[in-house]
Write a protein that binds this ligand. Structure first.
Ligand code: PLP
Ligand code: SF4
Length: 339
């Protein structure tokens, strides 16, 4: 194992100031986004859905979108299309039954041994396919007041060995708050692992600060970071550097992607994603079928098409670079494999 870097007390303020400044420079309207990308506005490229789930694109992600191409696979993930406004049978506001799995504000206990905490509703990027776009975060946030109650719940159930920090994006919180939470969790002796699900290493690589690496690697809990990347084009030089800092700190890196029509629903894109991830020491973990969330039907890929894609990946890649194709089915004891 490569030794940890020096404690970073000297550089911390600069670090966090930098990622927060980057975040403030996000593009927040479709008109601005299209202008920056030199794309002509058109009726198909503007949805009312923006009112409840506004557009948000951080600078590093913007830099990875091709200029002048309305069909760019990264653009499609963030641009509210008019198609969002259409009603589609079977697409609802709580597609994976999170309501029932919520045992306390922001605490989801759905699978054996693992508890997922939705720490914040904030994200650095707003992904149009996101199933959390309708989630009532304001009342579902253990970081806001219910933290002692969360710790009590975790202490009382010794079958829990892993806590998953999720959101929103948990890395939207400051390192000071996350470090304090991690310390509280590490004091619960039956916990073994601390897992973070975040899109920030890829979409806001500046977020991978020395402070973050410090508290994460100082913990007794084994750290796992599941990055969310859907397309190899997302992984530019800054993301490569961020992933390298994480890897060198000894953090287990996995990726989860969502299978999205018009973004990554072809074998070439999925193979490139797996290859690029592995070059950066990230193992493909899950490839999720889209959750049937209202406003995202235009991203849907059929089971038959998904199965064929997976078959092509299996034919072309080593087994460890083939992600598990899964779907979230409410009431099931694990994420359900499609094949
Ligand atoms: C996805 C998920 C997990 C983690 O499942 P793994 O199969 O361990 O990755 C845990 N809790 C909830 C509520 C989840 O949605
Ligand atoms: S929770 Fe994840 S998928 Fe949803 S908007 Fe935030 S970053 Fe995107």
């Amino acid at each position: 194992m490569i030794p940890r870097s020096q404690p970073s007390v000297q550089s911390t303020d600069g670090d966090s100031g930098h990622w927060q400044a980057q975040l403030r420079q996000s593009t927040m309207t479709a008109a601005q986004l299209l202008a920056k990308l030199q794309i002509e506005p058109s009726p198909a490229l503007a949805a009312r859905g923006q009112d409840q789930f506004p557009l948000r694109v951080p600078p590093a992600f913007l830099a990875r979108i091709r200029r002048g191409d309305p069909h760019d696979p990264l653009l499609r993930q963030v641009l509210p299309l008019a198609a969002e406004d259409s009603e589609n049978a079977g697409f609802s506001h709580d597609p994976v039954g999170e309501g029932a799995a919520q045992k306390q504000p922001g605490l989801l206990h759905k699978y054996h041994g693992r508890v997922l905490l939705t720490l914040t509703g904030a994200c650095a990027i707003h992904c149009r396919y996101c199933f959390r776009r309708h989630f009532p975060y304001a009342d579902a946030n253990p970081a806001r007041g219910a933290w002692q109650q969360t710790l009590d719940y975790l202490r009382a159930d010794t079958s829990i060995t892993e806590v998953i920090l999720s959101g929103g994006d948990p890395l939207a919180l400051t390192d000071a708050r996350l470090a304090a939470m991690a310390a509280d969790l590490a004091a619960i002796s039956h916990l073994k692992r601390l897992r973070i699900h975040s899109r920030l290493p890829v979409v806001l690589p500046e977020r991978i600060t020395a402070e973050l690496l410090d508290w994460l690697t100082a913990s007794r809990l084994k750290p796992v970071l599941v990055v969310h990347s859907n397309h190899a084009n997302e992984i530019g030089p800054e993301a490569v550097a961020a992933l390298q800092r994480l890897y060198r700190s000894g953090i287990q890196l996995l990726n989860q992607a969502v299978l999205l029509a018009g973004v990554n629903d072809n074998a070439r894109a999925l193979i490139d994603l797996s290859e690029t991830l592995f070059e950066n020491n990230v193992l493909p973990y899950y490839l999720h079928m889209l959750d049937a969330v209202a406003g995202a039907a235009h991203f849907n890929v059929s089971d038959a098409a998904a199965g064929e894609l997976l078959e092509q990946l299996r034919t072309r890649l080593p087994g460890y670079l083939v992600p598990r194709l899964v779907r979230e089915v409410s009431g099931e004891p694990y994420k359900t494999p499609l094949l």
